[in-house]
Design a binder for this molecule. Structure first.
Ligand code: IPE
Ligand code: IPE
Ligand code: MG
Ligand code: MG
Ligand code: MG
Length: 311
């Protein structure tokens, strides 16, 4: 059982962090400097939201899924970011954008994120909205620019990420979440909400890593099953941590779900059932990886970390 990322995962987090700084900055900082102080500030706010803190779970899934399909996929990229780094960063940019908007007063109205003031608190609301918009667009741009990948693969990557982020994915899930305040919903409805608001981007991260590595339909199918289980487990654990941990450990406000009257796995099924659910989903996720052997070692480590993390 692993409450912290393994050394191999920590190395990939570092790799992603370096690539994020480079790929956000790439030409943008010079452009902002020329365009004047308002754009410089927007650029600073984007870097604030993207590069400070965060577990990098989605990029880790991109890397690990690619390695499961073709272990050599992670070989390049020691100096310039490789194609797989572009894909990993695109997933993190969409995620970071979603957090900035999730924290806005009109959504969850949170002051603390990744151990620091939320972007709208450190800057202002209009800037936070624009940061989210800009990060989402930059993510798609990265996929179209990803080196080493064919035009067809890039198109499939854009389709996967755009669909996961959109109305039938994350944004749709956020709408259900906001609409569910003060409602008691049944476990099927809860599962749909979780699968969309958090599961869709996790599924896409795994699928994009596999696509970039040239996965067969059979491999992609097994990885989808893995991602469905671990994506749901991720949000079940987020709900458990919200109810059981403290703000300092989490780096975000604990107890927010109860304060905002949100239905969660914990409020709907109780803490023990929620914990059993997370362990059951972990077992399901690991079972889906059976055909991969050792090449799926990183995916197994991430799955374990997702369910046993402390923050
Ligand atoms: C939190 O995501 C928001 C959810 C989708 C539940 P993470 O727990 O991955 O947040 P960071 O990226 O580590 O800050
Ligand atoms: C956030 O869910 C999901 C997305 C950002 C899409 P939560 O509202 O539960 O995330 P936290 O707990 O604020 O990180
Ligand atoms: Mg929310
Ligand atoms: Mg929230
Ligand atoms: Mg939460």
């Amino acid at each position: 059982m692993s409450t912290e990322p393994s050394t191999a995962l920590a190395e990939l987090q570092d790799r992603c962090n370096a690539a994020l700084v480079g790929l956000l900055g790439h030409g943008n900082s010079e452009f902002a400097a020329e365009a004047g102080p308002h754009l410089v500030r927007l650029f600073e706010a984007s870097a604030y939201a993207l590069t400070r803190g965060g577990k990098r779970v989605r990029p880790l899934l991109v890397y690990a899924a690619a390695a499961a399909v073709r272990p050599a996929s992670l070989d390049a990229g020691e100096h310039d970011p490789a194609g797989i780094d572009y894909v990993a960063c695109a997933a993190e940019m969409v995620h970071a954008y979603s957090l900035v908007h999730d924290d806005l007063p009109a959504m969850d109205d949170d002051d603390l994120r990744r151990g620091q003031p939320t972007t709208h608190k450190a800057f202002d609301e209009a800037t936070a909205i624009l940061v989210g918009d800009g990060l989402q667009a930059r993510a798609l741009e990265l996929l179209t620019d990803a080196p080493e990948l064919s035009a067809e693969t890039r198109l499939e990557l854009v389709r996967s990420l755009a669909a996961a982020a959109g109305l039938r994915g994350m944004v749709g899930g956020q709408a259900i979440d906001i609409g569910a305040v003060d409602q008691s919903i049944d476990s099927n409805h809860l599962e749909t909400m979780h699968a969309l608001k958090t599961g869709a981007l996790i599924r896409s991260s795994v699928a994009m890593g596999a696509l970039a590595a040239g996965a067969s339909d059979e491999q992609q199918g097994a990885l989808d099953d893995f991602a469905d289980a671990i994506g749901l487990a991720f949000q079940v654990c987020d709900d458990i941590l919200d109810a059981t941990s403290d703000s300092e450990t989490l780096g975000k406000r604990a107890g927010a779900d109860q304060a905002l009257h949100k239905p969660t796995y914990v409020s709907t099924l109780g803490l023990e059932v929620a914990r059993d659910k997370a362990e059951g989903l972990l077992a399901e996720a690991l079972a889906a990886l059976e055909s991969f052997g050792d090449s799926a070692a990183l995916l197994r480590e991430i799955a374990d970390f997702i369910v046993h993390r402390q923050r």
